[in-house]
Design a protein around this ligand. Structure first.
Ligand code: G16
Length: 543
C-alpha cells in the first residue's frame, strides 16, 4: 500500500469555533479542504503512532465521503487502529463513550450538530481527545495555526472501505473495525439508570413521544426506549437518520420542534415528549402541559440525580456555562457542593469532570450531561428524566412546580438574531465593550446596573485563561442580560441575548415567560441599539 504525500495550499478560514470547524457543505467540498484540516489535526498531535482513532458522524450529507478520506489519511499518518460506527454513524455522546471505553487516543466527530444538512446544508469536523471530550483551546489553537501554514498532506492509495459491513479489515499497517454504533452506549445507559423501574412504568401505561428528527438518535432511541424499556412501538418518530434530515432543521427547540410542544400542551398529550438534535447531544424535554427549560432541567437533574443508580452516591458539583441561568447554583448551594461557571462550549467542562470537581454539567443551549462521557448527551438527559419520574412517581409538571416552590424560579429566555451582517454585530459588541465602564450604577427605569463586565474564565485545573466570553449586565435585583456572538453559525453572525430574572415568590411563578421578562427584553434591545446595528427589530428565534 503506497503512502502519497500531496502538495497543498492553506485555506485561511479553518478556525475551529465553539465546537469544531463548521461550514457549508460546498465549502468543505473545495479541493483539499477536508484533507488540509484533517492533516492539520494530525500534525498538532503527538504520540499517536500505532494507537486507536474513533471516527463517526451524524449521518449528514458528506459524512461517508469524509470518513473515507479520514480512513486513508489515518492509515498514512500511522494510526494503528480505526474504529468506525456502521454506516459511518456515531452520535456525539456515543463517540465520546467509545473513545473512553476503548482507551482510544482520540476521535473525529463529523457533524454540524443542530444545523440543517444536505448538499447545501452544513457540515463539520471536530477532534476529541482521549478523555472523550472536545479538544481544549490549546489544541484547537494549534490546529488553526497549522492550517495556515500547511503545505502537504499524507494519504494512502486504496479502495474505499465498506462502512456497512461489521468486522475488521486491514489498510496497510492499520486495522479498520466497523462496529455497532449503539451497543456500547446502550450498556452504559443500562449501568446508569434504573431500567427495571422505567420498564415497569411503561408497562403500567406511561406514554411518550420521542422525535429523533430524522437524525442520528433514531437507532439509539429505538433500541433503548422501544427495545430495552418496552415503550410502545411508534414512540420514536422520525427514527431513520437521513442525509438531509428530511429537509428539516434538526434543532429540538420550540421553533423547530413546535409540533412536539403543541402535542405536549394538547388534550392528547403523552406523559412526556422529548427530542434530540442532529448529532444526538442536545435534548428537549416537555412534560404534559409543562416545558422544562434547559437551565431548569440542569438544576432539576442535579437535585434529583441521586435517584438514578449511577449517581446514588450523590454528585461532587455542578457546572454551567455563563449564559445558563443560575438555577443550578441554588441547588449546589443547598446541597453543599461546588458550582462552576464556564464559558460557552462543552470543552470547558472536560477538566472539571476529569478532576471530579463536578458530576453534572449543562447549558442553556439544550445540553445536559454528566461524567459518564465528555460531551452533552441528549438521550441520557431524557433517560434521566424518565428515571426521576419513575422514582418520584410524579408527573414532570409536578416535579417542576415542587422545584420552583423550594428553590424559586429563574425566568429565562434567549433571543437570537440569526445571520445578521457580521460587521454590524461586531460593531454592536465593540461599542458595548467600550461603554462597559460607564454602565455600572446607571438606572434604566426601575432597573439599575449593578455590574457590567466581559466574562473571563480561569480554568482551576490547568490554569488557562479565556477572555472576552460574553458581556454581562447584572442588575441590582439580580436580573441579568448577557450578550455574545455565536461561535457555531456558518453564515454572517448570530447575536445571542440571554435574559434572566429570579422569582422566589411561589405565587408569582406561573407567569408566561416573555411577560415576566418584558421590561428586560425591551431594555436588552434599546440599551445596545440592536435595530440600529443589525437592522432587526425582533429576534428570529426565541427560546
Ligand atoms: C455547541 C457547543 C455548546 C454551545 C452551543 C452554542 O453545541 O457544544 O457548548 O452552547 O454550541 O454555541 P454558540 O452559542 O456559540 O452558537 P452543539 O450542539 O452545536 O455542538
Amino acid at each position: 500500500m503506497s503512502v502519497k504525500t500531496v502538495a497543498t495550499k492553506p485555506y485561511l478560514d479553518q478556525a475551529p469555533g465553539t465546537s469544531g470547524l463548521r461550514k457549508k457543505v460546498p465549502h468543505f467540498q473545495q479541493p483539499n479542504y477536508v484533507e488540509n484540516f484533517v492533516q492539520s489535526i494530525f500534525d498538532s498531535l503527538e504520540g499517536f503512532a500505532g494507537k486507536t482513532l474513533v471516527v463517526g458522524g451524524d449521518g449528514r450529507y458528506f459524512n461517508r465521503e469524509t470518513i473515507q478520506t479520514v480512513v486513508k489519511m489515518a492509515a498514512a499518518n500511522g494510526f494503528g487502529r480505526l474504529v468506525v460506527g456502521k454506516g459511518g454513524i456515531l452520535s456525539t455522546p456515543a463517540a465520546s463513550a467509545l473513545i473512553r471505553s476503548l482507551g482510544a487516543f482520540g476521535g473525529l466527530i463529523l457533524s454540524a450538530s443542530h444545523n440543517p444538512g444536505g448538499p447545501d446544508g452544513d457540515f463539520g469536523i471536530k477532534y476529541n481527545i482521549g478523555n472523550g471530550g472536545p479538544a481544549p483551546e490549546k489544541i484547537t489553537n494549534a490546529i488553526f495555526a497549522r492550517t495556515r501554514t500547511i503545505d502537504a498532506y499524507r494519504i494512502v492509495e486504496a479502495p474505499d472501505v465498506d462502512l456497512d459491513k461489521l468486522g475488521q479489515t486491514r489498510l496497510g499497517a492499520m486495522t479498520v473495525e466497523i462496529v455497532d454504533p449503539v451497543a456500547d452506549y446502550r450498556k452504559l445507559m443500562e449501568r446508569l439508570f434504573d431500567f427495571a423501574a422505567i420498564r415497569a412504568m411503561f408497562a403500567n401505561g406511561f406514554t411518550m413521544r420521542f422525535d429523533a428528527m430524522s437524525a442520528v438518535t433514531g437507532p439509539y432511541a429505538k433500541a433503548i426506549l422501544e427495545g430495552a424499556l418496552g415503550a410502545a412501538p411508534g414512540t420514536v418518530i422520525n427514527g431513520e437518520p437521513l442525509p438531509d434530515f428530511g429537509g428539516h432543521h434538526p434543532d429540538p427547540n420550540l421553533v423547530h420542534a413546535k409540533h412536539l410542544y403543541d402535542l405536549a400542551m394538547s388534550a392528547d398529550a403523552p406523559d412526556i415528549c422529548a427530542a434530540s438534535d442532529g448529532d444526538g447531544d442536545r435534548n428537549l424535554v416537555i412534560g404534559r402541559g409543562m416545558f422544562v427549560t434547559p437551565s431548569d432541567s440542569l438544576a432539576m437533574i442535579a437535585a434529583n440525580a441521586h435517584l438514578a443508580p449511577g449517581y446514588a452516591k450523590g454528585i461532587s458539583g455542578v457546572a454551567r456555562s455563563m449564559p445558563t441561568s443560575a438555577a443550578a447554583d441554588r441547588v449546589a448551594a443547598k446541597m453543599g457542593v461546588s458550582a462552576y461557571e464556564t464559558p460557552t462550549g462543552w470543552k470547558f467542562f472536560g477538566n472539571l469532570l476529569d478532576a471530579d470537581l463536578v458530576t453534572i454539567c449543562g447549558e442553556e443551549s439544550a445540553g445536559t450531561g454528566s461524567n459518564h462521557v465528555r460531551e452533552k448527551d441528549g438521550l441520557w438527559a431524557v433517560l434521566m428524566w424518565l428515571n426521576i419520574v419513575a422514582a418520584r412517581k410524579q408527573s414532570v409538571a409536578d416535579i417542576v412546580r415542587a422545584h420552583w416552590a423550594s428553590y424559586g424560579r429563574n425566568y429565562y429566555s434567549r433571543h437570537d438574531y440569526e445571520e445578521v451582517d457580521a460587521a454590524g454585530a461586531n460593531a454592536l459588541m465593540g461599542s458595548l465593550r467600550e461603554r462597559l465602564p460607564t454602565l455600572k450604577g446607571r438606572r434604566f427605569g426601575a432597573l439599575t446596573v449593578a455590574e457590567a463586565d466581559d466574562f473571563a474564565y480561569h480554568d482551576p485545573v490547568d490554569g488557562s485563561d479565556s477572555a472576552r466570553q460574553g458581556v454581562r449586565l447584572i442588575f441590582a435585583d439580580g436580573a441579568r442580560i448577557v450578550y455574545r456572538l455565536s461561535g457555531t453559525g456558518t453564515a454572517g453572525a448570530t447575536l445571542r441575548v440571554y435574559i434572566e430574572r429570579y422569582e422566589p415568590d411561589a405565587s408569582k411563578q406561573e407567569i408566561e415567560t416573555q411577560t415576566a421578562l418584558a421590561d428586560l427584553v425591551a431594555l436588552s434591545r434599546s440599551i445596545v441599539g440592536i435595530e440600529q446595528h443589525t437592522g432587526r427589530a425582533e429576534p428570529s428565534v426565541i427560546t
